[in-house]
Design a protein around this ligand. Sequence first.
Ligand code: PGA
Length: 278
Amino acid sequence: MEIFGANLKMNPVPKDNKNTSYQQLVNLVINGYLSTDHRGIAGTAEKRIIVFAPFTHLPQLRNWKSFLNNQKIELGSQDVSEQVSGAYTRQISPVWLKELGVSTVLIGHSEVRKEYEDILEEASPCGYYAEAIDRLFNRKIRNALAHGLEIVYCVGETEKEKQKDETKKVIKRQIIYGLNAFNKEELGKVIIAYEPRWAIGGGKPIPSDEEIRTAHNQIRENACEVGFNLEKLIIMYGGSMDESNAGRIMAIPGVNGGLIGSASLNSERFAGIVNYRR
Ligand code: PGA
């Protein structure tokens, strides 16, 4: 099984520096992904396609459910609340996501991780909080799983961590704390995405084949330690994946799919990735 995710986010290409409007993003999926011209973007028994849309867009896209169903495109969200019950302004309940037809939740995306890191660093410049953020993601995963949602959990090192040769250590920490204390059945609903943070942003240099292969092997090793059934584990690669490098990346042993940001904002480019040739 291969999985391709379109991570439709705000302003993904910094040099472009313009925000996509609400309607442009809706049109991208409806007229771009779902138009007859791009039937190339369609799920099959061997290939799943998930559109991770911002919360604001989920109801609109759900209205196109029959079209999404025809092309077997699934809906994903970009976050979920860690709160199980109670009053929490701003938070998004997994119950609502289920009701809107969401199948999968993206948790731990590096841009979300960075938001927490920035706040915590400002509060405590010398503090060590990486594990606390992993534990927060763990609670989000638990909450989503409890409501029957599937997870794509993102892991990966920053540029600074890579330079300090800490990739192995960082991935291990993210998996050990983020995926701690789940049973095999629950872990069967978790997909992992390896997203080196320095490669995210579209058009950036991507890791060598060897680096991707090593990171994916390492993820498998750590996933085994927390109790995954390795035969079923899916690991996606994310970070400047596009139509020109998808074939090369997908040929690396251990890569089972891609999480695509910038290039997913153009339906032809996304189709080129999904229908990559080796
Ligand atoms: P990118 O983003 O494809 O623009 O590098 C990847 C992601 O956001 O997951």
